[in-house]
Design a protein around this ligand. Sequence first.
Ligand code: NAP
Ligand code: MG
Length: 479
Amino acid sequence: MHINGDFVRAADGRTFETFDPSTGERITEVAHAGAEDVESAVRAARLALDGPWGALPAVERGRLLGRLADLVEANAAELAELESRDGGKPISATTSMDVPGAVAQFRYFSGWPTKLEGRTIPVAMPDTLCYTRPEPVGVVAQILPWNFPLLMTSWKLGAALAAGCAVVLKPAEQTPLTALRLAELVVDAGFPPGAVNVLTGAGETGALLVDHPGVDKIAFTGSTAVGREIGAKAGAQLKRVTLELGGKSPNIILADADLDAAIAGSYQGIYGNTGQACYAASRLFVHRSRFDEVVSGLVERASNAVVGPALDPATEHGPLISAQQYERVRSYIVDGVASGATLHGDVPPADPSGFFVRPTLFTDVKPDMRIAREEIFGPVLVATPFDDLSEAVSHANDTEYGLAAGVWTRDVGHAHTLASRLQAGVVYLNSWASGDPAAPFGGIKSSGVGREMGQEGVESYLESKTVWTSLASQCLHTS
Ligand code: NAP
Ligand code: MG
């Protein structure tokens, strides 16, 4: 792990293994952080904040973030390969999306430190200067999932460092490697020791961090179950918290949509990253007049999908992350068939030779089926026809989640009316999963609390301090 600018072993010597999901082979052994290591990392972060990191002028924080962006870019090929090996993400995606996306995040956030300004408040009291100062929240614990390890690390880290916070970051146990390599680049960029610490470990490491009294804020991305637990603890301890959780996002295709674009976008929306995305377009609603055409378009594309090992440049869809995730996704497909829905595609074998699952689609789906309600986090789509728009909206909003929603139509009136009526933190019109470091991202309802990226993202790492000054005894009264 990486504490106070150095690679260190766990204080108690514990380690765990990380595997290549494409082959099942062990890549390496990684330190497993326990209570003592959490203590050291939080202390290092606090010392950095109270010392050299906290004292750095805003313009220097920005310069360091810019250098980090350049270093990630200079090491892009290595990072892409590491990400593909550790997380099973196709090399075509890590090369074209994850790593350039991380560069863009650091570059975007490098501009923020010099733009964080307070305000002068026109208070009623005479001879008084009242102003606000944006200040870093403090020591931040960032807990990450395995589906977009480097990209999510970059937007969490970029925002926190721009705001001047010190960070203790815990990558998912399945994908610790790019965060560790990034920690080296953080040092090379010139960040003072302790500004960024990376604790590799398991869920218990994350829980120790959440409970540590020296942590001022928790930023978590992962399952809704763990998010609820963290939110409850943060509430009890009155720590700041942002939660980016699960989804079961509705994607609506209207009768007038450009069907080629809608099919291509909807396909990518659910099957991209092998369905392992919080924003996955996992519930499809199509106007009845176009339903068969859309379903057959998707099924045809799915039947030609290139599913394979992450390092093969031809691979479109890599493996699922782990045996556990494979079994979870398989059990949902089995359950969908048992509950009477029609499966287009195959039930994955119970005794597989890898964690590969081809894209699947269900029709004849009832709204109360588990496959229609629960986040599967795999390449499984449920498709349902609708007759009118209000029916589509009520189906779309009939979920505990509220992360993303999408609409495909040529009618701008329908598009923006639906954008206002869909309960989601992000709405995609004639697109899916568009993203930019400047655009806020996050969910409502059980999909989370707060926003990441953009101005909202930086502000979530700031506290506003109000400063009152009496000018009464000064020059005006003495003259
Ligand atoms: P998870 O358990 O929520 O893990 C996310 C992160 O939290 C990991 O770093 C994990 O560490 C850590 N963690 C686990 N338990 C914790 C606790 N009690 N306190 C603090 N931190 C804790 O998610 P998962 O097990 O990897 O995946 C399970 C399901 O979550 C998936 O099937 C999917 O439905 C959902 N998920 C959603 C997202 C998303 O983007 N919203 C991402 C990934 C998964 P370890 O890695 O060591 O467990
Ligand atoms: Mg791995």
